[in-house]
Design a protein around this ligand. Structure first.
Ligand SMILES: [Zn+2]
Length: 142
């Protein structure tokens, strides 16, 4: 989750500064394709979109980043269609500590606070979703 990031060229007054808006999915596409060096197939799978859609997003992202650099514009990373990783919530019977871990990282062995093994999965899961694609994902139980 990049949050709102803002990159501003040095020495350009705000009044004359133009802005390019990179969406969060474009940001993620660049991260997967360019930074992690994944193939488009894999990147598309990770973002749960088609390869063609991924290609469009990454092309658009490249163009925007290039525009910001070449034309000395600010780059704002914000918005777009994305879904946060779903989190599982755990709590500790002993110290009542509660914490979240993302799906796919395995069950915690002990409480990170008091190291008790007397932990359980909390009832309510927190899942963050913003401007989702309206596609539900089955809750994974174990
Ligand atoms: Zn504890």
């Amino acid at each position: 989750m990049p949050g709102t990031n803002y990159f501003k060229p040095r020495g350009v007054p705000l009044t004359t500064l133009e802005e390019v808006n990179l969406t969060v999915d474009e940001f993620e596409a660049i991260r997967l394709a360019d930074l992690e060096g994944l193939y488009q197939e894999e990147s598309a799978k990770k973002m749960e979109i088609s390869r063609q859609t991924f290609a469009n997003i990454v092309n658009s992202a490249h163009k925007k980043v290039a525009e910001a650099i070449v034309k000395v514009k600010a780059l704002r990373i914000e918005g777009g269609v994305y879904k946060m990783a779903e989190m599982r919530k755990f709590s500790c019977y002993d110290c009542k500590h509660e914490w979240d871990i993302p799906y796919g990282t395995g069950r915690p062995q002990k409480c990170p606070q008091c190291e008790s093994k007397n932990i359980h999965r909390a009832q309510e899961d927190r899942s963050y979703a913003r401007a989702g694609r309206g596609r539900g994902r089955c809750a994974r139980h174990w």
